[in-house]
Ligand binder design. Sequence first.
Ligand SMILES: [Zn+2]
Length: 317
Amino acid sequence: MPMNRVQFQPGLSMPEFTKLYGTEAQCEAALVQSRWPTGFSCPACGHGGHCLLPSRPRMTFQCNACHRQTSLIAGTLFQGSNLPLTTWFLAIYLVSQAKTGLSALALKRHLGVSYPTAWLIHHKLMQAMAEREDLYRLSGAVQMDDAYLGGERSGGKAGRGSENKVPFVAAVSVDDEGHPGRIKLTPVPGFTTEAIIEWSKDHLSPGCTVLSDGLACFGGVSAAGCLHIPIVAGGRKPDELPEFRWVNTVLGNVKTSLSGAYHAFDFGKYAGRYLAAIAYRFNRRFQLKTLPERLLVAAVATGPRPEAWLRMAEDSC
Ligand SMILES: [Zn+2]
């Protein structure tokens, strides 16, 4: 893989960012453009004609047909927030440009907000990334492995099924030339055939060829119309086999991100969101410069995700 293409690509520099999104008016204009690329459309009746109401804390549109008033942030991820848009945009910039992720604590310091506010911003943005990732399935050749959060990765099989660890599937699609494409990092209830069947139906396109080690549950991918090729290593750990090169690289990245940026978090509750944020950045690794814009579009599309919902969401999964 041409790693230099990733490492040396130009991102969006801080001066460039400030020039583009340094004022509230610039952020408002960018948010309007993301939300209504072809012009305002009333959420109630679809009418385009409108007037802007002055002297509001937020830019507010009033529909000329039904007179409904719509705040610029209503119905987006930013709904309910009193923060300036410049703070949100700076958070989007920092989160999207940080290669190995950014903790809520680092966000608190950079944004000059309280820790609870930084936590909320962080989780809302990670949720937007997670929902974006859910839209995509892996296709073609896929390398797949079992892994755990909250402990050393189970290279040897002894760690499998240990308590106090969150099991997750790591999978990478690989093209004909052996280059990695997209990745998926998804918590599963356990490494059972049933769990892998469900995972495969949600995350694999039918017709995939899936390489895994000999763990029996991976045979479940065939229920999603995929061909399963178990690689049973003759005396060697599967980690060392070229067939698993990319999935092992990805798991190495996960480990670096989690130990570097996030020292500790509630794995059981929030693992899915943290892993999806890692996958989101990896899957857009060639688009560093446009990543803030993409994340803004995702935030607009995601809709409101209040704190209570963010704190309980994964408990119900
Ligand atoms: Zn209307």
